[in-house]
Design a protein around this ligand. Structure first.
Ligand SMILES: Nc1nc2c(ncn2[C@@H]2O[C@H](COP(=O)(O)OP(=O)(O)OP(=O)(O)O)[C@@H](O)[C@H]2O)c(=O)[nH]1
Ligand SMILES: [Mg+2]
Length: 321
């Protein structure tokens, strides 16, 4: 296998195969992935667009059309389609490939389906690392597609600079559920399949909820009707996405987002390193079973065990950091 330093070098040069390899390495969440990220750490270099919404809303079909328009604003576009490996969204990976295949063969468009595999940080952790790989590879726009509205999707949404929530007519109760919270994650609301008759009613409902929710704020999310079938509204969506981008850059929101991500990177790395240290130095794998037995037999409690570990640990810090 190629050395990690060689793969890193090639990723930075924009080599597609190295980028694909790099994403697989970080998906696996092992030491090689960490080594790679050490070589290519970047934050804030690419603009990250999250596209989320219920299954079958037309997210992939929309992205396929958006990419063409985005080429006027960005040099290279990467799409990471997140597959939460849930049985409810079966076939998503194949569907995404087919729906976005217009761009196969275009060296400036990279489309990849993501899985979490062994990553400790779950799908959000794997996505976060994959964003760094494509970012280091020179993709100045990274689009992250996620399905649904569960916690893991919300975690993924937090990685984005701008989030588009795609809704479609016929959701019924889902809109009710969205009133409480989900509405907060959309910086823009796209009402797709507006070729369908009920779509206007949905747009009105969403407008009402958004107006209520954002009545005191400077930024009010736009509501954009689109139809992939009729190729309508795509230009409007791109225009409003770029407007949001400009808004967050102008107001310092973007800077804050980046600093938060950096803080998160430091914290999770520190946590992992401390955990590794503990596992290594207190012979954790050998002792854990013994401790479990002690607690099970009522001879100790988790608190007492931690106390005795703590009393026996001598951590020497060379200097104030
Ligand atoms: N009528 C109509 N159908 C659409 C439109 N956009 C997409 N579709 C159809 O909706 C279906 C789902 O489209 P996808 O693009 O795969 O939707 P998705 O949100 O990416 O789906 P998942 O990734 O599986 O959640 C496909 O059959 C599309 O052809 C639209 O504007 N109007
Ligand atoms: Mg899709």
């Amino acid at each position: 296998m190629k050395k990690i330093s060689e793969i890193s070098e090639k990723i930075i040069q924009g080599d597609i195969r190295a980028i694909a390899r790099g994403i697989s390495l970080v998906e696996n969440g092992g030491e090689e992935g960490e080594e790679l990220l050490k070589n290519l750490y970047v934050e804030g270099r690419s603009y990250i667009l999250g596209i989320t919404g219920p299954p079958g809303a037309g997210k992939s079909s929309l992205i396929n059309l958006l990419i063409d328009k985005f080429k006027e604003h960005f040099n290279k576009v990467a799409v990471l389609a997140i597959d939460p490996s849930s049985p409810f969204t079966g076939g998503a990976i194949l569907g995404d490939r087919i729906r976005m295949q217009t761009h196969t063969g275009d060296p400036n468009v990279y489309i990849r389906s993501m899985a979490s595999r062994g990553h400790l940080g779950g799908i959000a952790g794997a996505t976060k690392d994959a964003i760094k790989v494509v970012s280091a590879g020179g993709y100045d726009l990274v689009i992250v597609e996620t399905v649904g509205v569960g916690q893991s999707e919300i975690d993924v949404v937090k990685l984005a600079d701008t989030t588009v929530l795609v809704l479609v007519p016929g959701l019924g109760d889902e809109i009710q559920a969205m009133k409480s919270g989900i509405m907060e994650i959309g910086d823009l609301f796209v009402i797709n399949k507006s070729d369908k008759p009920e779509s206007e009613k949905l747009a009105t409902t969403v407008r009402w909820i958004v107006d209520e929710h954002y009545k005191d704020s400077e930024y009010k999310p736009p509501i954009i009707p689109t139809s992939v079938y009729k190729n309508e509204g795509i230009g409007d969506a791109v225009r409003d996405i770029i407007k949001h981008k400009e808004y967050i850059y102008r107001t310092g929101i973007h800077t804050n987002k980046i600093k938060l991500r950096i803080k998160d990177d430091i914290n999770s790395l520190l946590e992992r390193k401390l955990n590794d240290f503990i596992q290594k130095h207190i012979k954790y794998p050998e002792k854990i079973e013994k401790w479990v037995e002690q607690v099970y037999r009522g001879e100790s409690t988790p608190f007492e065990i931690i106390k005795s570990i703590h009393e026996n640990l001598i951590i020497d810090v060379k200097e104030e950091i």
